[in-house]
Structures are given as structure tokens and as C-alpha cells.
Write a protein that binds this ligand. Structure first.
Ligand SMILES: C[S@@+](CC[C@H](N)C(=O)[O-])C[C@H]1O[C@@H](n2cnc3c(N)ncnc32)[C@H](O)[C@@H]1O
Ligand SMILES: Nc1nc2[nH]cc(C(=O)O)c2c(=O)[nH]1
Ligand code: SF4
Ligand SMILES: [Mg+2]
Length: 230
């Protein structure tokens, strides 16, 4: 027999070490979306997403990133001295350890929001966290990924956000909000897909139909355009 061959399972570098998360960026900015808009906020952007929304403004978070210990993440967040923390991505819930991070951030006294696509189960998210759950309208190309059972887990302090890229998206969103009686459950935000429709158009549709939804503009894009890390 020429030489001995021992089969060793390859240690994949992508194996997630315990208590670590793959992070694209941590940055200190002004909250540009949803109910905490305008507050100084530390953003923790997790790497990776199972969806590919046509209009996604954060494709740079789909790959790469660095493995970071949760303790290190908490220390970096604390160094900015902000009450608000927003955990986002990519899709943060695609990393199961995100649930531990969310709990630890709440335990540290932060007011924590979670930006999630709603395509993954939100049932295990710490109830102290303000879930900002997107429902993907048809023009996102990902409407089939909406996990409708998530609606029952929405608490009064949570929010549903729908990005509107066309009049068809608007009518879809209007009908979904009515059918699921979402405004009776929590705040519903309609947000114009950046560059896809005139924000004023969406505002006028909401007024015309007398909808009880909250119009939002991505404030950070008015301040810093579409620059990553703001
Ligand atoms: C980048 S995603 C990350 C969190 C999660 N994957 C999600 O989809 O909510 C955060 C939010 O950015 C918003 N967003 C992304 N691209 C956008 C665009 N082109 N126009 C308006 N909002 C956008 C969506 O509302 C989305 O909820
Ligand atoms: N300033 C700022 N506010 C935000 N709110 C939600 C964001 C996100 O990417 O999830 C975001 C972001 O990327 N920047
Ligand atoms: S789910 Fe969020 S991060 Fe993923 S593609 Fe859609 S907008 Fe981008
Ligand atoms: Mg963003």
C-alpha cells in the first residue's frame, strides 16, 4: 500500500464558532427608518440574506463580513453611547445567534429594533425588541417569501413596513393591510422604493385613499445619499 490515507473531515472555514456572528458593519448614525426615525442609533449589520429583493440597497451585505464575538459586538456598540440600537442586515434572523445578540442588547439597557424581511420566523425574538417587519410587495420579486404566520407574533410596539415600487405594489399593500387588519395590530409604514417611484406620488395615494398607514422616507438617504455605513 503506498502511503497511508486517513480521511479527515474538512474543517470548513464557514463553520460558525459558538457565540459569534458574521458582521458586515457596525456604525453610528441617525435612524433613517420606522418609528425611531431621527434618533442617534448604533447599527449592527449582519452578513448574508436568503432573499434577493430587486430594489435591495444593501447587496454589499450578502457576502463577506467578519466573525465577531458577541461580547466584542456589545462593547463596540456601548462605545458609541447611544440608547438606540438597530440590528439589521442582510437578513439578521438568518443567523440563529442573532436571537442571543438581541437579548444581550436588551439586557444591556438598549432600546433595540430589528429590521427583518419577515421571511423567517420571528416567534423567538425577545419581546422587548421592536420588530420592524417588512412585507415584500410583488415588485420586490420576493412576495412569495412572506411568512404570513409572522403576523400573529406582532406586538403593539412592532411595525410592519412595505416598500412600494409601483402603483400595483401600492394597491397590493393597501389590500393586504385591509385583509389582515394590520393597523389594528401595530403601526404600518409605507416606504417608497428609492428611485423607483416619486415619493410624492405615494404620499398622494395614501391621502386620496385615507389610509391609516404612516408614510416614511429613508431619512439617511436625504442626508448621505446611498452611501454604505450611514
Ligand atoms: C436592507 S434591509 C435589511 C433587513 C431585512 N433584510 C429587511 O429586508 O427588512 C432593511 C430595510 O431597508 C429597506 N430598503 C432596502 N432597499 C430599499 C430601497 N431601495 N428603497 C427603500 N427601502 C429599501 C427595506 O425597507 C428593508 O426593510
Ligand atoms: N441611517 C440608517 N437607518 C437605517 N434604518 C434601517 C436601515 C437598514 O439598512 O436596515 C438603516 C440604514 O442603513 N441606515
Ligand atoms: S430581505 Fe432585506 S437584505 Fe435581503 S434582499 Fe431584501 S431588502 Fe435586501
Ligand atoms: Mg439601509
Amino acid at each position: 500500500m503506498t502511503g497511508s490515507s486517513t480521511s479527515v473531515a474538512p474543517t470548513t472555514s464557514t463553520q460558525a464558532p459558538a457565540e459569534r456572528l458574521r458582521i458586515t458593519e457596525i456604525f453610528h448614525s441617525i435612524q433613517g427608518e420606522a418609528d425611531a426615525i431621527g434618533w442617534r442609533t448604533v447599527f449592527v449589520r449582519l452578513t448574508g440574506c436568503p432573499l434577493r429583493c430587486v430594489w435591495c440597497d444593501t447587496e454589499y451585505s450578502f457576502y463577506g463580513g467578519d466573525w465577531r464575538d458577541i461580547d466584542d459586538i456589545l462593547a463596540e456598540v456601548a462605545s458609541h453611547g447611544a440608547r438606540h440600537v438597530c440590528v439589521t442586515g442582510g437578513e439578521p434572523l438568518a443567523q440563529k445567534r442573532c436571537l442571543i445578540l438581541l437579548k444581550r442588547l436588551c439586557d444591556a439597557g438598549h432600546e433595540v429594533s430589528l429590521e427583518t424581511s419577515g421571511a423567517l420566523d420571528v416567534a423567538q425574538v425577545d419581546p422587548r425588541v421592536r420588530k420592524v417587519m417588512d412585507l415584500k410587495a410583488p415588485d420586490s420579486g420576493e412576495a412569495k417569501r412572506n411568512l404570513w404566520s409572522n403576523i400573529e407574533h406582532l406586538l403593539p410596539h412592532d411595525q410592519v413596513k412595505i416598500v412600494i415600487a409601483s402603483r400595483a405594489d401600492y394597491e397590493w399593500a393597501r389590500d393586504v393591510v385591509a385583509e389582515h387588519r394590520l393597523v389594528e395590530r401595530c403601526m404600518v409604514l409605507f416606504s417608497p422604493a428609492h428611485g423607483a417611484i416619486k415619493p410624492r406620488e405615494l404620499a398622494e395615494w395614501i391621502i386620496e385613499d385615507k389610509l391609516d398607514v404612516r408614510f416614511q422616507l429613508q431619512l439617511h438617504k436625504l442626508l448621505w445619499n446611498d452611501e454604505p455605513g450611514h
